[in-house]
Design a protein around this ligand. Structure first.
Ligand SMILES: [Zn+2]
Length: 321
């Protein structure tokens, strides 16, 4: 059972692969993050070479964000370890000559939130109330899993919990005015963890998505906690919410156009419909895993794990009910 859990967590981090524990696909000790301007005062911190690599289906490091207004600044996701959090703080320093006023976690995943304890105490940490509940109950176990996924010597051993100073309730919305920069921190519903927050800039039409949108095609959603239909509903809701010319900054990739979200919705829809057919035809789980195949997704380097070991079983379990 433990091995199964560790395998699931490896995939959760995008570090999957048979030799993952020794050699993660992206190494938090060496990965280079580049600051890309997305709109005036709005930046994404993206792994070097992301556009080319993600097109080949390579899983990438956590993408972060910085929004700078005339009065305040906001960091989106505080990263995994001291090295990566320091990169974020250095970029904020270069842009503002100060420290972040706010930092938001798009989920409890360690690569998006362990840095909470590493940003200044004065930085106001914002997270979903479900994220705080998860961290309060599971932090030590979570750190162990992350250590298993990334291996030792990557600054995970010293991780400390810091939960939100401001908590966003279920279906909630927090509005910030950073000074000429309006920010909405939204809960659109279950998207991967149940404590998923999206950062929307209505003037710039930029959405920071976190893990519910991993990267542009061929990356696919990971139904780590199940909830296929809820996730599909949420991604559809996000798609309906966004104007046609919106930019999405995904959780592990380069900024993309709204149209790229269609792929994720298509994948989940096909996964649901094909799994339904398999169940209707009396397929066992193993048969369903063999039959359900969404064309195009196989180009994702960790498709075998995410699709066959996580998503199809999650869909089967949910639809069988
Ligand atoms: Zn992540």
């Amino acid at each position: 059972m433990k091995n199964v859990i560790v395998t699931v967590v490896l995939v959760a981090l995008g570090v999957g692969g048979p030799a993952a524990a020794q050699e993660p696909v992206w190494d938090p000790n060496t990965v280079e993050l580049q600051r890309l301007p997305v709109a005036p005062g709005v930046y994404a911190l993206v792994a070097a070479g992301a556009k080319e690599l993600e097109a080949k289906g390579v899983p990438l490091a956590t993408t972060g964000g910085i929004v700078v207004g005339s009065r305040a600044s906001l960091v989106i996701d505080t990263m995994l370890n001291q090295r990566l959090t320091d990169i974020v703080l250095k970029e904020v320093g270069a842009l503002t000559r100060g420290v972040p006023t706010y930092a938001v976690n798009t989920s409890y995943h360690g690569d998006h939130s362990y840095g909470n304890a590493l940003v200044p105490q004065s930085t106001v940490v914002i997270q979903h109330e479900a994220t705080k509940a998860y961290v309060d109950a599971n932090f030590d176990a979570d750190v162990k899993f992350m250590l298993g996924a990334f291996g030792p010597g990557r600054g995970i051993e010293t991780a400390r919990a810091r939960t939100g100073d401001v908590l966003v309730p279920k279906s909630g919305l927090v509005r910030l005015d950073l000074g000429g920069k309006l920010v909405e921190i939204r809960d659109f519903g279950f998207a991967q963890t149940g404590g998923d927050l999206w950062v929307w800039l209505p003037q710039e039409k930029v959405l920071f998505a976190g893990n519910p949108v991993i990267a542009a095609s061929p990356a696919i959603p990971w139904l780590l906690d199940g909830h296929l239909q809820d996730t599909l509903d949420t991604l559809t809701r996000v798609r309906d919410f966004l104007p046609a010319d919106a930019t999405i900054v995904p959780g592990h990739g380069a900024p993309m156009k709204k149209a790229n979200l269609d792929w994720h919705v298509q994948y989940l829809t096909a996964l649901r419909d094909q799994t339904r057919v398999a169940i209707a035809n009396g397929a066992t789980l193993e048969q369903a895993v063999a039959r359900v195949d969404v064309s195009g997704a196989e180009r994702y380097a960790i498709y075998g794990w995410v699709h066959k070991q996580i998503n199809v079983p999650a869909a089967y379990k949910e639809l069988k009910r």
